[in-house]
Design a protein around this ligand. Structure first.
Ligand code: AQP
Length: 326
């Protein structure tokens, strides 16, 4: 059975981009692979976090994973900071990764350009991400397109280590959806949708109330034509809305395009809002139940124990190969 690892940062409420680009694949994969899904709280602190908000966001993300369909009996769902091996292997791999390759990461360039003060952790974060994946000897890593470069670096680090010290790590493959791998901002369709965008109109949060969803979609940027047609290069805004529609309704983009032929943007956007509201409604209801149930903390602790057992085997092997007295 293949192993799968992926993580999401508790850096705010998930957007429909995180859901359609990553979480939906997690849910599908848990039926065919041994899955480890992580709340990557150590990654979240690479930029300043309010401690109380981080704690709330962590539990909220655990609830969102389960509400979206992650079954804790099938998948190991845990918090990164509960499994110490992540920081341990993270350091060891920082000493394998090169300064130059970390400096080439576009996410680092983008995020550091937006800040006056840049932490060392923001720079070395891809080495920690490599550790997250390699600890579990994952074959597949379901991610959105924005994480592709970090995954390539993970593969380079794994191969470098294997070449120098002998076969140690499985070299993982990315698993990126062709449709939905990059959901774009509703306000700037050439920029990806992000949960930490300063403008709330740019994203649909998984917890947005129906009327908020309707308002955001009615205000979403389109273009000066009126034809509902998929053309990523020339009509990025409408193409993005078509992708969201198709994924939320479990239909193909072609099928949705055919339905709105000759109708203009008005009816399309109106129906899109209802399709999104209908997709979010059961997830939001389950999320509220889970948040008030008090069962999440124990669930995370149990899963962390299982994850740590697997992770420790890798850490011991790596330490021995590096020459530590173990
Ligand atoms: N817009 C997106 N479309 C498709 N997939 C996306 N992902 C993120 N944005 C999109 C995928 O969601 C998973 C979790 O991402 P993350 O929270 O770990 O970090 P991120 O990629 O930095 O996501 P955000 O929403 O942009 O968070 P902030 O604003 O905190 O940086 C990943 O698999 C990611 O590819």
């Amino acid at each position: 059975m293949k192993r799968v690892f992926s993580g999401i940062q508790p850096s705010g409420t998930l957007t429909i981009g995180n859901y359609l680009g990553a979480m939906k694949n997690f849910v599908r994969l848990q039926n065919e692979a041994e899955c480890y899904f992580c709340i990557v709280d150590l990654h979240a602190i690479t930029v300043p976090q309010d401690p109380a908000v981080l704690r709330t966001n962590t539990m909220s993300l655990a609830a969102m994973y389960v509400a979206s369909g992650i079954d804790p009996k099938k998948s190991t769902l845990f918090a990164q900071s509960h499994v110490r091996q992540h920081t341990e292997l993270g350091w060891l791999l920082q000493c394998i990764a090169y300064y130059g390759e970390l400096g080439r990461m576009t996410q680092f360039k983008d995020k550091s350009a937006q800040r006056d003060v840049v932490t060392a952790g923001l720079f070395t974060y891809p080495a920690l991400m490599a550790a997250d994946i390699l600890l579990y000897q994952a074959d597949l890593v379901p991610v959105g397109e924005d994480q592709k470069q970090h995954l390539e670096l993970t593969r380079d680090i794994a191969e470098r280590f294997n070449n120098r010290f002998g076969q140690t790590f499985v070299v993982p493959e990315p698993y990126i959806s062709k449709v939905g791998g990059r959901i774009m901002s509703l306000e700037e369709p050439t920029k990806k949708m992000s949960k930490s965008d300063e403008s709330a109109g740019a994203y649909i949060s998984m917890l947005d109330e129906p009327d908020v969803v309707r308002k955001k979609i009615s205000r979403a940027v389109t273009d000066s034509e009126r034809e509902v047609r998929y053309d990523d290069a020339n009509k990025p805004a409408i193409s993005n809305l078509l992708t969201i529609y198709a994924l939320c309704a479990d239909r193909t983009v072609e099928d949705v395009v055919a339905q709105y032929a000759g109708q203009g943007y008005g009816p399309f956007k109106k129906d899109l809002a209802e399709v999104v509201v209908a997709a979010l409604e059961p997830i939001q209801a389950r999320y509220r139940e889970l948040m008030s149930s008090g069962e999440l903390a124990a669930l995370l602790r149990d899963a962390a124990e299982r994850a740590a057992e697997v992770a420790e085997v890798t850490v011991q092997d790596v330490k021995e190969k590096l020459g530590f007295v173990v």
